[in-house]
Design a protein around this ligand. Structure first.
Ligand code: HEM
Ligand code: HEM
Length: 197
């Protein structure tokens, strides 16, 4: 019984942090999506060139590219702000874990079911990948091109962030739907109200 209660309840700090991390993460992905599509600087440049041609204005490609970059900048600044917020939340997450204990099982433990092991492994991999995104992002921004080789490597790793992010969100939501339909009904609402403490 004790085991059931422990498994199904989430502390207030855990819940607040979960939702803040989830929202900030989704916001960061939104900025990436805008950068790659709608607010892509080349797309904006194409629109500028097209409109200039319609109005019989000579618009060099280089100038149109610069306009694209300037239009995108205020949007992209939010990627960086949200990135720093997420970095802060990550540090708070680690501190709260230290105080309140881990929020998922150790995937290497012998005393857990294989379902629990897979779930915990996914969370652990997520936290490691998130650390890499935050570290490489902060490096690109704060240290910049001081060491060109390191900068290129950091950037190369950072831009891969999109792949694990999408994979994690898909697995996470699919896992939650299966849990809701199976043996862990109400798991999502417990992440809102906490469940029995
Ligand atoms: C509507 C969307 C979401 C819902 C309903 C949701 C719900 C939940 C629930 C119920 C748990 C507990 C599962 C368990 O005990 O194993 C959980 C854990 C977790 N969720 Fe979400 N989640 C959502 C979105 C996200 C997003 C976008 C992220 C980050 C990208 C995220 C990251 C995590 C992590 C890392 C855990 C492991 C425990 C922790 O660190 O808090 N979730 N989520
Ligand atoms: C979960 C956290 C993060 C994710 C998922 C993420 C994801 C991404 C992705 C996918 C790109 C490539 C965008 C593209 O080329 O279209 C990117 C670029 C970038 N990110 Fe992040 N990021 C995160 C955190 C951060 C943080 C913490 C910072 C800095 C404080 C940061 C700074 C940057 C910068 C400066 C670029 C542009 C790199 C370039 O010059 O092309 N990111 N990010």
């Amino acid at each position: 019984m004790t085991k059931f209660i422990l498994k199904s309840s989430y502390t207030r700090a855990h819940r607040i942090l979960h939702w803040l991390i989830a929202l900030t993460f989704i916001f960061i992905l939104l900025t990436v999506w805008l950068r790659q599509g709608w607010m892509n600087r080349h797309n904006i440049a194409d629109v500028v060139i097209l409109q200039a041609a319609t109005d019989h204005v000579d618009m060099p490609k280089d100038t149109a590219d610069k306009i694209g970059r300037i239009v995108r900048k205020p949007m992209w600044d939010w990627h960086i702000y949200a990135g720093y917020v997420l970095l802060g939340l990550y540090i708070i997450r680690l501190i709260v874990m230290k105080i309140e204990g881990p929020v998922f099982s150790n995937p290497f433990s012998r005393n857990i079911t294989s379902k629990e092991r897979i779930k915990s492994a996914i969370y652990l991999i997520f936290y490691i990948c998130l650390f890499l995104s935050l570290f490489t992002g902060a490096y690109i921004k704060l240290v910049g091109k001081v060491y060109p080789g390191v900068y290129a490597a950091m950037k190369g790793v950072h831009v891969q962030s999109l792949y694990y992010s999408l994979a994690f969100i898909f697995l996470h939501l699919a896992g939650l739907v299966l849990a809701e339909m199976g043996t862990d009904k109400g798991i999502i609402s417990r992440m809102i109200h906490g469940g029995r403490q």
